[in-house]
Design a binder for this molecule. Sequence first.
Ligand code: FE2
Length: 141
Amino acid sequence: MMNEKVRELLNQQINKEFYSAYLYLDFSNYFEAAGLDGFANWYKIQAQEERDHAMLFYQYLQNENQKVTLEAIAKPDKVFACHLDVLKAGLTHEEYVTSLINEIYAAAYEARDFRTMQFLDWFVKEQGEEETNAHDLITKM
Ligand SMILES: [Fe+2]
């Protein structure tokens, strides 16, 4: 039986990942309007990746016979003063997601839930790559 706190955090992460997808679609929309097709395309691809992440958490809970509850996805409501602000918001968001993954990992560790820790290992590595990409984009801009 999965620890309730671990289950709750994994369930919340489905929503966080879908929100990430929505946020990056909003970024893509911003760059499309600004005529920067390359940046628009990059964030459209990121949005797809985030949807894939959401489905990994969804599928993991279902595979473990755990209850999944889908919550409302928040509206991306940031207004940006310039292109660089979008990219900086992207980095800040990825750092936040890293902190969420770390929080789930810590809860799984505390509950001695080694299966969930192993499931999360991929996300720990992925977050490192996401942060590096976000840094690189800022440098490019
Ligand atoms: Fe993600």
